[in-house]
Design a protein around this ligand. Structure first.
Ligand SMILES: [Zn+2]
Length: 336
């Protein structure tokens, strides 16, 4: 196109072409991105915020609307979790691999997998070569010239397709599934089930946190909250299965709540006694090295912001006052 329009010397286009690896999807097709375009996430967020906001809202109203929307999304997620957990989707009596997919994938990912599996039935698949148990297949679609190359290592159940869908999305493509069908594979190999697309994705996160909690002493309040949240999710997930389990969870939670409240009360008492030992004035006289929790706080330095109209307002106010005084004087002189 550059040659057609004789733009070889255009500096901006030349630079853009040199950086093509960074912006052209063809060069990043083998990198996992869940098929999300770079700006897609922020665009969808923008669209949601535009629905709930306008220029007449105050900051507090904006936050209230935002929290309402966030609550709505969390509820949708909870409903989806519930639907995924409680039973497999319909139409799972078909092929073994479809049944396996319905057991492991979330509903949304199962639907995508199901579509790929249905579409794979109409593909033409020919074994091109077989060297040391590694088969190469040519997969084509009716009416299209493009050939997809699928390599399948039968003993190790390793499959790779030239379309790179698994690498970018984490889900097997129709071409690989076509080869699986030809080889009568009844289950998705473990290595091709991405944990993030499974029903157990959230419960597995808790164990990850436990493993990586070596730095929990240094972690912030929010990180600790997230860690507890994931452990709690796992606990409530299992605890709600039977009445007995629910009872155990409730008893232990009340026990834990009691312990935590005692701990907080002890900390508060220790804190109060520490404060009573040091008055702010004494601490100010000392250089403050010994203090850890109490620090003197001063009002911030007032700085006039750029574009401030205080001076103009003041002068206007003064002008008005002067005007009033003048009028008052004139009136008083008239009265005289
Ligand atoms: Zn493919």
């Amino acid at each position: 196109m550059i040659e057609n329009f004789e733009l070889q010397g255009h500096a901006w286009l030349k630079r853009l072409y040199e950086l093509r690896v960074k912006w052209c999807p063809a060069f990043s097709i083998d990198i996992f991105s869940a098929r999300i375009r770079s700006t897609q996430r922020s665009e969808s967020m923008n669209s949601i915020l535009h629905q709930i906001m306008n220029s007449f809202l105050s900051l507090i109203q904006v936050m209230q609307h935002y929290e309402e929307k966030a609550k709505e999304f969390r509820q949708i997620e909870l409903n989806q979790d519930f639907r995924c957990k409680n039973g497999a989707p319909n139409k799972v009596n078909g092929h073994g691999i479809l049944k396996h997919a319905s057991n492991v994938y979330t509903l949304a990912m199962f639907k995508r997998f199901e579509k790929e599996l249905i579409d794979c039935i109409g593909l033409n698949c020919v074994e091109f070569s077989n060297i040391e148990n590694i088969s190469l297949y040519h997969v084509t679609e009716d009416g299209r010239e493009r050939i997809y190359y699928v390599e399948f290592d039968v003993p190790n159940s390793i499959v790779s397709c030239s379309c790179n869908m698994f690498e970018s999305l984490g889900l097997l493509c129709r071409h690989a599934l076509r080869v699986f069908l030809m080889n009568n594979i009844k289950e998705i190999p473990e290595k091709y089930i991405l944990r993030r697309w499974t029903k157990k994705a959230k419960s597995l996160l808790a164990s990850d946190f436990r493993a990586s909690s070596a730095h929990k002493e240094k972690s912030s309040c929010l990180l600790r909250f997230n860690e507890l949240n994931h452990i709690g999710y796992n606990l409530f997930d299992k605890g709600s299965l039977t009445p007995k389990c629910t009872q155990i969870v409730k008893e232990k939670l009340f026990e834990a709540l009691h312990l935590v409240e005692n701990e907080m009360a002890t900390m508060q008492e220790a804190n109060d006694s520490e404060i009573s030992k040091h008055t702010p004035f004494q601490d100010a006289i000392n250089d403050g090295n010994e203090r850890s929790s109490e620090k003197l706080m001063f009002d911030p330095v007032c700085v006039k912001t750029k574009g401030s109209r205080n001076s103009q307002m003041k002068s206007q106010f003064e002008k008005n006052q002067k005007k009033k005084n003048k009028e008052g004087n004139a009136l008083s002189s008239f009265k005289r």
